[in-house]
Design a protein around this ligand. Sequence first.
Ligand code: OFO
Length: 169
Amino acid sequence: MLSKKIESLLNKQVELEASSSQYYLAMASWAQIKGYNGVSSFLYKHSDEERMHMLKLIDYINERGGHGLVPTLKAPPKEFKNVQHIFEQILTHEIAVSNEINKLVEQCLAGKDYTTHNFLQWYVSEQIEEESLARTLLDKLNLIGNDKGGMYLFDRDLGTLETEHDKKK
Ligand code: OFO
């Protein structure tokens, strides 16, 4: 059985995963109308992954006798400066999410909730992967700079990049 405190912290994490999903969905839609089809397909998949992270938490909370709550979300931004800026925002966002996961892990240890601690290890490794992917893509974008040909290839490659989402299909 979950303690009320851990249940509420897990529900906060549900909200964070849901808002990550919305955030990436807004980026995907922006990229699509700007003609970046590869970037947009990558971001749509990324948004789906975040939704899956949210669902996994809701299911866990419910399985442990709590109540997974569906949050009200703030609308994400509509406009983005450029693709590079999007990936900078993704990296910053993922670092913030990792910090929240780490805090949650600490709280589980403090409350001796080893089951939730164990459950959260999946999120810990997922965050390492997400941060590292965002860093790699941002490094590539920094190399490309204002080179239009480079950007064309980046977009094309991203459209064919196999993500966690593809592997789980
Ligand atoms: Fe849920 O992994 Fe990103 O935020």
